[in-house]
Design a protein around this ligand. Structure first.
Ligand code: PMP
Length: 399
């Protein structure tokens, strides 16, 4: 005995703790707007119809064998086509190294590890704020991290000049973590013009652009439009890296299916890079799981299922956009004198409301509305039935 007496409990996860508290509350009007997973207008989780159909097609197939270390190759090819565009030059010249990953988190973690091994002196630049796990990921990979300005609380929008200044002032050859679309937690994305400028600055500084794309299709409802930042960087000749997740846009959260890709000089280098990515996986988990990759492969390779998926992802995005409008209208109807324009300007799953931690505490304690103390509202938890209640409660605590 005595081996583990010095082990202290790890800090509670700020997001998962919200749901724990929500479940303990028995109030009939309680609301969970903390969780970052899609809910329908009944407040229920959704399995997409295209996923059900793909599963029916897969049923009975031989899917118990090991995948290769790099995962399902057809899945990888279809995944990068979605990110880079079907006719992308880098795909035609086969200079993209791609590997199946344990969803978006796993893809980020692999990239961080690869960065540590092959650009050991480089650092990662992380936006303020960001998805909290980004910090853990690069910390565990022992990559030096710095932050760059992103969100301006005064305008509840992008701090564009701060962003550009920080990227300009970072040492040349830094890795810059960019949210490809639907920035989490702020819902604030650069415009196409601003992306072009960021791309130009990064080109000049010889920075490496790493796109975390956890919400393709989920932001605007259009997978092509949501990839615009990536396409702009490609046009400008950046050799980017990209983490893709099918958690949100296909509702495959627990399947842990994603893809890491890195654009290289040529086909030989892509193959070489892939061998090293595989070598990172081998001692950790050997090879990735079968089922989620097969679902995504089946959907993306079947024109009918793909069409159905595009409709369904648009349906989810549209419901969220309509709840943004409803929340803003109800706040105005309640008589709030504050500006709530940012609710409809922001995009994706989250609304960065601007509420203070104290206001959030009142919302939870007095109105049974559960969310993270940074003021982030998951719009996926808002429905036509609870939006008025939420708006009135927000109005009361922000008066
Ligand atoms: N990146 C961002 C910005 C996210 O919001 C998320 C999900 N919350 C992820 C990555 C990873 O999610 P997953 O590992 O489930 O794909």
């Amino acid at each position: 005995s005595g081996w583990w007496t010095h082990v202290e409990p790890a800090p509670r996860d700020p997001i998962l703790g919200v749901t724990e508290n929500f479940l303990k509350d028995s109030h009939p009007s309680k609301m969970n707007v903390g969780v970052g997973a899609y809910r329908n207008n009944e407040g229920k989780p959704v399995v997409l119809e295209c996923v059900r159909k793909a599963e029916a097609k897969i049923a009975g197939s031989d899917l118990m064998e090991y995948l290769p270390m790099g995962g399902n190759v057809k899945f990888n090819d279809l995944s990068v086509q979605l990110a880079y565009g079907e006719n992308a030059e880098c795909l035609e010249s086969k200079r993209v190294a791609s590997i199946q990953a344990l969803s978006g988190t796993g893809a980020c973690r692999l990239l961080a590890e690869f960065q540590k091994r092959f650009q050991p002196d480089s650092q990662i630049l992380i936006p303020v704020p960001t998805w909290a796990n980004h910090h853990n990921i690069w910390k565990d990979a022992h990559v030096k991290a710095q932050t760059y300005r992103y969100y301006d609380p005064k305008t509840k929008g992008l701090d564009f000049s701060g962003l550009v200044e920080d990227i300009k002032n970072a040492p040349s050859g830094s890795f810059v973590l960019l949210h490809a679309c639907a920035h989490n937690p702020t819902g604030v994305d650069p415009t196409a013009e601003q992306w072009r400028e960021i791309s130009a600055v990064m080109k000049k500084k010889e920075h490496f652009a790493f796109f975390d794309m956890a919400y393709q299709g989920f932001a605007s409802g259009d997978c092509e439009k949501d990839a615009q930042a990536i396409r702009i960087f490609m046009e400008d000749g950046h050799q980017i890296g990209c983490a893709q997740s099918f958690a949100k846009n296909m509702g495959l959260y627990g399947q842990r299916i994603g893809c890491l890709s890195i654009i290289t000089d040529d086909q030989t280098q892509a193959a070489t890079v892939k061998t090293q990515l595989q070598l990172i996986c081998r001692p950790m988990y050997s090879n990735p799981p079968v089922h989620g990759a097969l679902i995504v492969q089946t959907i993306l390779s079947n024109p009918e299922l793909k069409q159905l998926w595009l409709q369904e992802v648009k349906g989810m995005a549209d419901r969220i956009i309509s709840m943004r409008h409803a929340l803003r209208e109800n706040l105005e109807k309640a008589g709030s004198q504050l500006s709530w324009q940012h609710i409809t300007n922001q995009i994706g799953m989250f609304c960065y409301s601007g509420m203070t931690p104290e206001q959030v505490d009142r919302l939870t304690n007095e109105y049974h509305v559960y969310m993270t103390r940074n003021g982030r509202i998951s719009m996926a938890g808002v429905t036509t039935k609870n939006v008025e209640y939420l708006a009135n409660a927000i109005h009361e605590v922000t008066k």
